[in-house]
Design a protein around this ligand. Structure first.
Ligand code: DQA
Length: 169
Protein backbone atom coordinates (compact mmCIF):
# COMPACT_ATOMS: atom_id res chain seq x y z
CA UNK A 1 0.00 0.00 0.00
CA UNK A 2 1.26 3.47 -0.88
CA UNK A 3 2.46 5.33 2.18
CA UNK A 4 1.17 8.68 3.29
CA UNK A 5 4.52 10.28 2.70
CA UNK A 6 3.24 13.36 0.98
CA UNK A 7 2.16 16.74 2.28
CA UNK A 8 1.12 15.97 5.75
CA UNK A 9 3.88 13.76 6.97
CA UNK A 10 6.22 16.58 5.92
CA UNK A 11 4.22 18.85 8.16
CA UNK A 12 4.26 16.10 10.81
CA UNK A 13 0.47 15.96 10.67
CA UNK A 14 0.19 12.22 10.04
CA UNK A 15 -0.19 11.29 13.72
CA UNK A 16 -3.26 9.60 15.16
CA UNK A 17 -3.80 9.76 18.90
CA UNK A 18 -5.08 6.52 20.46
CA UNK A 19 -6.79 7.20 23.79
CA UNK A 20 -7.61 4.38 26.17
CA UNK A 21 -9.84 4.97 29.17
CA UNK A 22 -10.10 3.43 32.64
CA UNK A 23 -9.37 -0.24 33.27
CA UNK A 24 -8.05 -0.80 29.75
CA UNK A 25 -4.59 -1.09 31.35
CA UNK A 26 -5.94 -4.47 32.55
CA UNK A 27 -6.71 -5.68 29.04
CA UNK A 28 -5.74 -9.34 28.69
CA UNK A 29 -6.41 -10.14 32.35
CA UNK A 30 -9.75 -8.41 32.97
CA UNK A 31 -12.97 -10.22 31.98
CA UNK A 32 -11.19 -12.01 29.12
CA UNK A 33 -14.46 -13.64 28.01
CA UNK A 34 -15.65 -10.11 27.12
CA UNK A 35 -12.47 -8.25 26.20
CA UNK A 36 -10.20 -11.03 24.91
CA UNK A 37 -6.61 -11.90 25.70
CA UNK A 38 -4.70 -9.13 23.92
CA UNK A 39 -2.86 -6.97 26.44
CA UNK A 40 -2.74 -3.22 25.89
CA UNK A 41 0.93 -3.52 24.89
CA UNK A 42 0.31 -6.37 22.42
CA UNK A 43 -2.64 -4.46 20.97
CA UNK A 44 -0.55 -1.32 20.55
CA UNK A 45 2.21 -3.32 18.83
CA UNK A 46 -0.36 -4.59 16.32
CA UNK A 47 -1.64 -1.06 15.77
CA UNK A 48 1.91 0.17 15.31
CA UNK A 49 2.43 -2.45 12.60
CA UNK A 50 -0.86 -1.49 10.94
CA UNK A 51 0.14 2.18 11.15
CA UNK A 52 3.34 1.40 9.25
CA UNK A 53 1.26 -0.10 6.45
CA UNK A 54 -0.99 2.93 6.38
CA UNK A 55 1.89 5.38 6.74
CA UNK A 56 0.67 7.01 9.94
CA UNK A 57 2.33 7.52 13.31
CA UNK A 58 0.48 6.64 16.50
CA UNK A 59 0.62 8.24 19.93
CA UNK A 60 -0.90 6.25 22.79
CA UNK A 61 -2.33 7.38 26.08
CA UNK A 62 -4.15 5.33 28.73
CA UNK A 63 -5.47 6.72 31.97
CA UNK A 64 -7.85 5.71 34.71
CA UNK A 65 -8.41 9.40 35.50
CA UNK A 66 -10.97 11.53 33.71
CA UNK A 67 -9.05 14.80 34.14
CA UNK A 68 -5.87 13.30 32.71
CA UNK A 69 -7.78 12.20 29.62
CA UNK A 70 -9.20 15.74 29.31
CA UNK A 71 -5.66 17.17 29.64
CA UNK A 72 -4.32 14.77 26.99
CA UNK A 73 -7.08 15.73 24.56
CA UNK A 74 -6.41 19.44 25.14
CA UNK A 75 -2.69 18.89 24.58
CA UNK A 76 -3.49 17.52 21.11
CA UNK A 77 -4.36 21.01 19.85
CA UNK A 78 -0.70 21.99 20.36
CA UNK A 79 0.53 18.89 18.49
CA UNK A 80 0.46 17.75 14.90
CA UNK A 81 -2.37 15.28 15.56
CA UNK A 82 -4.70 14.65 12.62
CA UNK A 83 -7.38 12.65 14.44
CA UNK A 84 -8.24 10.60 17.50
CA UNK A 85 -9.29 7.01 18.15
CA UNK A 86 -10.85 6.77 21.59
CA UNK A 87 -12.15 3.99 23.78
CA UNK A 88 -13.26 6.07 26.75
CA UNK A 89 -14.38 2.82 28.45
CA UNK A 90 -16.60 3.55 31.49
CA UNK A 91 -16.29 7.33 30.94
CA UNK A 92 -18.11 6.91 27.61
CA UNK A 93 -21.33 6.55 29.55
CA UNK A 94 -20.77 9.37 32.05
CA UNK A 95 -18.35 12.05 30.92
CA UNK A 96 -19.56 15.44 29.76
CA UNK A 97 -15.99 16.68 30.41
CA UNK A 98 -14.43 14.31 27.84
CA UNK A 99 -17.15 15.21 25.34
CA UNK A 100 -16.43 18.93 25.86
CA UNK A 101 -12.67 18.41 25.54
CA UNK A 102 -13.08 16.64 22.21
CA UNK A 103 -15.46 19.32 20.97
CA UNK A 104 -12.89 21.89 22.10
CA UNK A 105 -10.03 20.54 20.00
CA UNK A 106 -12.19 20.13 16.93
CA UNK A 107 -10.46 16.97 15.65
CA UNK A 108 -12.23 14.10 13.89
CA UNK A 109 -12.47 11.02 16.06
CA UNK A 110 -13.70 7.45 15.99
CA UNK A 111 -15.18 5.86 19.10
CA UNK A 112 -14.24 2.22 19.68
CA UNK A 113 -15.67 -0.38 22.05
CA UNK A 114 -14.21 -3.85 22.18
CA UNK A 115 -17.44 -5.42 23.41
CA UNK A 116 -20.91 -5.00 22.00
CA UNK A 117 -22.15 -2.46 24.50
CA UNK A 118 -25.68 -2.80 23.09
CA UNK A 119 -25.93 -6.43 24.13
CA UNK A 120 -24.90 -5.55 27.69
CA UNK A 121 -26.43 -3.54 30.56
CA UNK A 122 -28.65 -0.65 29.48
CA UNK A 123 -26.37 1.98 31.11
CA UNK A 124 -23.78 1.05 28.46
CA UNK A 125 -26.18 1.97 25.66
CA UNK A 126 -25.71 5.66 26.45
CA UNK A 127 -22.64 7.39 24.98
CA UNK A 128 -21.63 11.02 25.43
CA UNK A 129 -19.41 10.71 22.37
CA UNK A 130 -21.25 8.84 19.60
CA UNK A 131 -23.33 11.72 18.24
CA UNK A 132 -20.28 13.98 17.81
CA UNK A 133 -17.99 11.23 16.46
CA UNK A 134 -17.19 10.60 12.84
CA UNK A 135 -17.89 6.91 13.41
CA UNK A 136 -18.37 4.23 16.04
CA UNK A 137 -16.99 0.67 16.04
CA UNK A 138 -18.57 -1.63 18.56
CA UNK A 139 -18.34 -5.30 19.45
CA UNK A 140 -15.64 -6.41 17.00
CA UNK A 141 -13.02 -7.16 19.62
CA UNK A 142 -9.62 -5.51 19.67
CA UNK A 143 -9.59 -5.76 15.85
CA UNK A 144 -11.99 -2.81 15.97
CA UNK A 145 -9.07 -0.45 16.58
CA UNK A 146 -7.50 -1.39 13.23
CA UNK A 147 -10.83 -0.87 11.51
CA UNK A 148 -11.02 2.52 13.22
CA UNK A 149 -7.55 3.40 11.89
CA UNK A 150 -8.61 2.48 8.34
CA UNK A 151 -11.79 4.52 8.65
CA UNK A 152 -10.07 7.56 10.15
CA UNK A 153 -7.26 7.53 7.58
CA UNK A 154 -9.85 7.21 4.81
CA UNK A 155 -11.81 10.17 6.18
CA UNK A 156 -8.65 12.26 6.57
CA UNK A 157 -7.61 11.51 2.98
CA UNK A 158 -11.05 12.43 1.69
CA UNK A 159 -10.90 15.66 3.74
CA UNK A 160 -7.50 16.49 2.19
CA UNK A 161 -5.73 16.38 5.57
CA UNK A 162 -3.68 13.31 4.58
CA UNK A 163 -2.70 12.16 1.16
CA UNK A 164 -2.06 8.66 -0.13
CA UNK A 165 -4.02 5.50 -0.86
CA UNK A 166 -7.48 5.44 0.74
CA UNK A 167 -7.54 2.13 2.69
CA UNK A 168 -11.31 1.84 2.18
CA UNK A 169 -11.27 2.57 -1.55
C1 DQA B 1 -15.77 -0.78 26.77
C2 DQA B 1 -17.25 -0.89 27.15
C3 DQA B 1 -17.55 -0.05 28.38
O1 DQA B 1 -18.92 -0.14 28.70
C4 DQA B 1 -16.73 -0.55 29.55
O2 DQA B 1 -16.95 0.29 30.68
C5 DQA B 1 -15.28 -0.68 29.24
C6 DQA B 1 -14.86 -1.13 27.93
C7 DQA B 1 -15.41 -1.71 25.59
O3 DQA B 1 -14.34 -1.50 25.02
O4 DQA B 1 -16.15 -2.63 25.28
O5 DQA B 1 -14.44 -0.50 30.12
O6 DQA B 1 -15.52 0.56 26.35
Amino acid sequence: MEKLTARNSEEGKNTLLVLQGPNLNLLGERETEIYGTDTLDSLHLKLEEHGRKLGVRLDYFQSNHEGRIVDRIQQARLEPVAGIIINAAGFTHTSVAIRDAILGVNLPFIEVHISNVYSRESFRHQSYLSDISSGVIVGLGTGGYRLAMDALVSQLIRAGVLSGQDPLA
